[in-house]
Design a protein around this ligand. Sequence first.
Ligand SMILES: Cc1cc2nc3c(=O)[nH]c(=O)nc-3n(C[C@H](O)[C@H](O)[C@H](O)COP(=O)(O)OP(=O)(O)OC[C@H]3O[C@@H](n4cnc5c(N)ncnc54)[C@H](O)[C@@H]3O)c2cc1C
Length: 412
Amino acid sequence: MTQRRRALVIGGSIGGLFAANALRGIGWDVTVFERAGEALAGRGAGIGTHGELIAAMRRLGLPVDETIGVRVPTRICLDRSGRVIHRISAPHLQSSWARVYRLLKDALPAANYRFGMALERFEQDFAGVTAVFADGRHERGDLLVGADGIRSTVREGLLPEAQPRYAGYVAWRGLVDERAFPPEIHKELFECYGMCLPEGEMMVTYPVPGRDNDTRPGRRCYNYMWYRPTDYDRALPRLCTDANGRCHGISIPPPLIRLEVGAEVKAAARELLAPQIAAIVERTDRIFFQAIFDLESPRTALGRVALLGDAAFVARPHVGAGVTKAALDAECLARELAVADGEVEVALERYDCERRLFGSRLVARGRWLGAYIEAQLKPPAERTESERQPPPEFLMREIGTISLDLRELTAT
Ligand SMILES: Cc1cc2nc3c(=O)[nH]c(=O)nc-3n(C[C@H](O)[C@H](O)[C@H](O)COP(=O)(O)OP(=O)(O)OC[C@H]3O[C@@H](n4cnc5c(N)ncnc54)[C@H](O)[C@@H]3O)c2cc1C
């Protein structure tokens, strides 16, 4: 009898969980190693979904039903005065990071998931791969999957030249309870995907499942992301400096963001955004931000090591496809391993060809959609034609790609 193949999955967020469930589905023994000491369910906020994501979750046998998200039939764009200047029908399902994470995590036996295990390095040879953890433990497997995010330790060991590149702007994010909405704004905005486009910026808003992933009316939340140019040398370090004057680099844990920074964002919202949207920003308890990066890896696999999800490619959130990409990466990995019948290196060569193409096209699309925001840090005379702000109708149609786009991205 042949021995069951073993996969070591580094990173237990959405990418790692998709990989673990997909590999178990083809009969592999899988262990996920997550650096964090406890469940990650409190992380993240709203995410846009695609038909491909829902289909991939169903193929894994996950119990996906209507409660996976909130259906949003319409997109509206508001001007600074609060007037609706465009309205289009663009049905979309908005879910939340926590909802998708919970479904994937519950599908995996607890024994296959280990918290508090930070990968330090790995070594591969002709027969397998050994992962070495910060506490000195060693684990041996036939395959190592790097699903450890944009600052991936696995990628650092495999392709140290592949580094994230700052896009020149940050996304301010917040969640507001449906119950906190003033009734007149609720009527106009809550069921819509809203946009407001101050010069060189982009604000998008949409409903998502509420606390405890509740999708019932009255218990949902409203999510927003406001993309604002922020220079790397001065403005970003200032935002990342806590109340004790300590600069945390290029990101800062949300609870450490200084109160006056949140107040500045609310003041800017009053000045630049439609009053309905500014009123939502005003009601946010905790505004936080994420710097936006592009990441392109020259390869997604080498030998017995594969990169997946954000460890391999990060496209700007305008594409809204990070979770979907992680799901499709995991499916492709499992499919190629099943076809190659145990020839791990052969399977990973094929995985690399397919996912590299898809990932780099996704990154290019994100750059294209965000080019005008990035260009704000340049003098106007130096901006190219493709860096001019597109008309609202264009952005309303293109932000958060639809299924057809993903199929186009896959075509060779
Ligand atoms: C502002 C913003 C908005 C977004 N909106 C959307 C959206 O609308 N739709 C969408 O699909 N996607 C969206 N995304 C992207 C999406 O969140 C990610 O693409 C997706 O979660 C896949 O992430 P991942 O699992 O690959 O990596 P991560 O979620 O970053 O997980 C990596 C995991 O690895 C662990 N780890 C790291 N290092 C180690 C180590 N050395 N050892 C062990 N474990 C380790 C970490 O603790 C973490 O749990 C958005 C992203 C941002 C920043």
